[in-house]
Design a protein around this ligand. Structure first.
Ligand SMILES: [Zn+2]
Length: 190
């Protein structure tokens, strides 16, 4: 249990250090059998301690602490996708830029991200914490997406292996978003 909480603490810290998530943004979870470990709401996701990780069960009962207001997005996603082990939701600045469009991040342009991530799904805008947002994201993941760009909001990435895996995929997506913006600037300068 401590290992699971520590992994969430470490990944949340890395997201902040790498400028992939502002302190108050985002939420992270790991599923172990029928339990979901998830960051608490309303706290900066920096230097977290084990008390900052809440636990709910797969039926949505609160077991320990109070989860993020976005917990239903995680809960519904795990309920509809039994093979998933982790989910990271963050606000990476370049991906957020794409989300305003919303314009998809061209992961297909690079063989590595094309294979690793495939096509990113796009979810229309829903207010944070709503059932509609949770239903829409979880349905898109159930349809096969591992990453969902959320209009005027951010991005969510899931993994069947680990939270670190979800983190590295999110990082790769942000790099593609940055590369595309660089490409546009260079094209303009030519
Ligand atoms: Zn968010």
């Amino acid at each position: 249990m401590d290992d699971i909480k520590q992994e969430i603490i470490d990944v949340a810290g890395r997201l902040y250090e790498k400028n992939l998530n502002g302190g108050y943004g985002g939420n992270l979870s790991i599923r172990v059998n029928d339990l979901i470990y998830i960051t608490r709401g309303g706290i900066p996701k920096v230097n977290l301690s084990p008390q900052d990780i809440a636990i709910i069960d797969i039926n949505g009962n609160f077991i320990e602490g109070k989860p993020s207001s976005e917990y239903k997005m995680h809960l519904y996603t795990y309920q509809k996708n039994a093979d998933l082990k982790a989910m990271v939701h963050a606000h990476p600045p370049y991906a957020m830029g794409f989300s305003i469009g919303p314009t998809n991040i061209p992961t297909h342009l690079f063989p590595e991200t094309s294979m690793l991530i495939g096509k990113i799904a796009i979810s229309p805008f829903f207010p944070s914490g709503t059932n509609e947002l949770a239903e829409d994201i979880s349905n898109r993941i159930a349809e096969g997406a591992i990453a969902v760009l959320m209009e005027k909001h951010g991005i969510s990435v899931v993994s069947t292996t680990s939270l670190w895996d979800a983190y590295y995929k999110l990082e790769a997506i942000e790099h593609v978003a940055m590369a595309w913006v660089t490409h546009k600037i260079l094209k303009e300068a030519r």
